[in-house]
Design a protein around this ligand. Structure first.
Ligand SMILES: [Zn+2]
Length: 271
């Protein structure tokens, strides 16, 4: 599943090239998670001003309104001058004067949604309840600790829920907790201020590092299909059950938390 770093790297892969492009047409394939919310013809003639990211949404700012894109479980975006005819999993094409942006999404949990503006009910429904951006200055260690104090759920699930901080998905939650030395099952409310500060820093570092790693492959990103595996090369615990911890050689363990696999080192993350 594309996580925040993959979405950010996808954004970096085409944001500069599409800025200023005029939309010539839009094409829909099979239904996605949510409807487009306008007739495709209504997008014609509008200009793409910029591409921003909010959580795992990409926001294409148009001269009128905005287009929200989400990659869902299996989506990827490609932006290129010339693309082959749409295949069975290509469900949204935005043809512009600078190239075509195409959403390929076999499982169709992704979406392309038009909204009149960020205050429009359609946009508010999708973006309104998102937590703080982890890679922005708004993500504050003190406020993060206070937020943790209020919640009795296991810290891993608190991170995934996205209310305190947005976009920390399954891979990076496990990784950040490892770097902070915190057991994923620990109740969020039991995390001390210094440990919360450590976790705050770890969340930022693992995400920033993943964006850098993905960004370093941008050279080969002309057909921007994000390969999730690319970002897991340096995983300390994620996906490493049964293998020795890279720090202490204790066997990495996996458990299920809310249907999701969690990985941790029982020695480095004692409590
Ligand atoms: Zn260890």
């Amino acid at each position: 599943m594309p996580e925040l770093p993959e979405v950010e790297v996808t954004r970096l892969s085409f944001a500069d090239r599409i800025a200023g492009a005029r939309i010539e047409s839009a094409r829909l394939g099979k239904p996605l998670r949510w409807p487009l919310g306008c007739e495709p013809e209504q997008l014609r003639g509008r200009t793409v001003r910029a591409v921003r990211r909010r959580g795992k949404y990409l926001l294409l700012d148009l001269d009128q309104g905005l287009l929200l894109l989400h990659l869902g479980m299996s989506g990827s975006l490609v932006f290129a001058d010339r693309l082959p005819a749409p295949g069975p999993h290509d469900h949204f094409d935005l043809v512009t004067s600078r190239g075509t942006l195409r959403l390929n999404d076999p499982r169709r949990f992704g979406a392309a949604v038009f909204a009149g503006g960020e205050d429009d009910p359609t946009a508010l429904k999708l973006l309104g309840r998102l937590g703080v951006e982890p890679l922005s200055g708004d993500f504050d260690a003190g406020a993060f600790h206070q937020g943790l104090q209020r919640l009795k759920a296991p810290v891993k699930q608190v991170l995934l829920a996205g209310e305190l901080v947005v976009g920390v998905g399954n891979i990076y939650a496990s990784e950040a907790l490892f770097h902070a030395g915190i057991r994923p099952t620990l109740a969020a409310s039991r995390i001390s201020r210094p440990r919360a500060a450590k976790l705050h820093r770890a969340v930022q570092e693992v995400l920033a590092q993943a964006v850098r790693q993905g960004g370093s492959t941008l050279r080969d990103f002309s057909n921007a299909h994000g390969e999730a595996g690319l970002f897991q090369l340096d995983a300390m615990v994620y996906g490493r059950a049964g293998q020795p911890c890279r720090v202490c050689a204790t066997v990495v363990r996996t458990i299920r938390q809310g249907q999701r696999a969690t990985y941790f080192c029982p020695q480095c993350q004692k409590s």
